[in-house]
Design a protein around this ligand. Structure first.
Ligand code: EPZ
Length: 435
């Protein structure tokens, strides 16, 4: 429904504060299910996806209250343990209530999340891990029905790797279920993402016994009860990278504050290879732009390697680099939605078999383009900031899912970007209204 209108070619200046991590907040809010005590979750970004997760928690009997960037929760009743299709279809991360429900209530009914534009989103690893803990899982009418055995879940040694390696939310689900299972669980080939570590640390603050989070082997000693939480989520490393790349493509010495630079070593390494230096001091990161960026190569892999969630934004930077760059997408091989829209702006990109070849051009030209998924949409904003002339990006509700008021915050850096509300797109209007 809304459209961004960007006048490109302007240098940015100043500093921008990064929000709390969406991908940390989503699973961490779900641990409110695991305790009868009140919780306060802080540094929660005000985003569509977070609001959807809060609605899912409300349907599960959790009372929630926003105060600024804090979300206060309290379990009110446990009559309903079904996370409904109309909410989970909007935000597949709703599946991360599965482990907490099994742990706290011994049963869960969660809509199968289905796929999305970045590719098929299976949950076989989630189910394999929970079954290893003794859960009985049946799939019917588009729902996952999970039930703990009479004596409760039991610890187990679980290999959780799939053909694409580790799984972030599967690790989260199994770690939550194991936190209140009987005995010890070892998760081998666990995801090492900082958001998994944040979840583990939040659970530990509630009395869970977890070691090894951040490594491929996590050990969980089940406990009977968890206390309430008072936890501030980590800064959003993907949003941080998005702003750094916006600075790089406009050759602007912008500063990003409130970051965790140690979460962005792979991204900063690629930027350095492209001739963009990122200075870091404490939690402040500053772009030291070179001249025209140089071509580079990226392969997306599980953390600590280059994150798939920064792939589209980097493609936009490669589109104006000197030389030919390549991207190999090893996590979601079809995740190249940004390419077609960037080509409307003059980019020279060819995509085949999970690879993109990007032949850098001097300048992109503004055009009318359409947002398709969260990170591809961010790539279009980045490209629009550097392109010659005007870029109009429709269906920006995709961006609102993961970036808080991005146009206002970029305007503060001197970007010429406005949000135009318009119902010119019935499909988008219906989708946005549904959401
Ligand atoms: C998380 O999704 C993130 N979302 C995604 O960010 C991110 O792209 C992804 O991890 C990879 O880093 C949240 O944290 C809310 P996975 P998740 O399970 O956990 C395959 C964004 O833009 N797989 O780590 O759902 C899967 O198909 C979003 O913020 C299975 O085969 O991703 C993929 O190829 C998009 N079986 C790979 O593993 C499973 O049971 C990694 O997926 C689960 C996953």
């Amino acid at each position: 429904m809304d459209t961004f209108v960007i006048q490109g070619g302007h240098r940015l200046t100043g500093s921008i504060a990064v929000s709390g991590s969406k991908n940390s907040a989503l699973p961490i809010l779900a641990v409110s299910i695991m305790t009868g005590e009140a919780c306060r979750f802080g540094n929660i970004p005000v985003l569509r996806d977070i609001q959807t997760q809060v609605k899912i928690l409300n349907t599960l009997g959790i009372e929630t209250q926003w105060k600024g960037r804090d979300v206060f929760t309290q379990v009110k009743d446990t009559y309903n343990s079904t996370a409904p299709y109309e909410l989970v279809k909007q935000m597949r991360a709703g599946v991360c209530v599965l482990g907490p429900l099994l742990a706290a209530r011994g049963e869960a009914t969660v809509s199968l999340p289905g796929g999305c534009v970045i590719g098929e989103r299976p949950i076989d690893l989630h189910l394999r891990g929970l079954q290893a803990l003794g859960a009985v899982i049946t799939l019917e009418h588009g729902y996952i029905h999970a039930k703990a055995p009479k004596g409760g879940l039991k610890g187990a040694e679980i290999y959780l790797g799939g053909k694409f390696g580790s799984s972030v939310l599967a690790t989260d689900n199994v770690m939550c279920a194991a936190a209140m299972a009987k005995g010890t669980t070892v998760i081998e080939c666990a995801a090492c993402e900082p958001e998994v570590v944040d979840l583990a640390n939040c659970l530990i603050s509630m009395g869970a016994k977890i070691t090894g989070a951040g490594s491929p082997r996590i050990t969980i000693q089940g406990v009977k009860k968890l206390t309430g939480a008072a936890w501030d989520v980590i800064p959003d490393r993907i949003e941080t990278a998005t702003f750094l790349i916006a600075g790089a493509i406009t050759r602007s010495p912008i500063t990003v504050t409130g970051t965790r630079p140690e979460h962005l070593l792979a991204v900063c390494d690629v930027l350095r290879q492209m001739g963009v230096t990122i200075e870091r001091k404490g939690t402040v990161m500053k772009v030291v732009p070179g001249e025209r960026p140089k071509a580079s190569e990226v392969v997306t892999l599980p953390y600590p390697a280059f994150p798939t969630d920064c792939q589209a934004q980097t493609m936009a930077l490669m589109a104006v680099a000197d030389g030919t760059s390549t991207i190999v997408e090893r996590i979601y091989p079809e995740r190249f939605m940004a390419a077609a829209e960037l080509k409307r702006m003059g980019a020279k990109i060819s995509v085949a078999n999970g690879q993109a070849i990007i032949q850098g051009v001097e300048k992109l030209s503004g055009a009318e383009v359409m947002a398709s998924d969260l990170r591809a949409s961010a790539a279009l904003v980045i490209a629009g900031l550097a392109a010659e002339g005007e870029t109009r990006i429709s269906r920006v509700y995709h961006i609102d899912r993961g970036y808080e008021r991005i146009e206002e915050r970029l305007r503060k850096l001197g970007a010429k970007i406005q949000r135009a509300s318009g119902a010119d797109d019935p499909a988008a209007a219906a989708a946005a209204a549904a959401g």
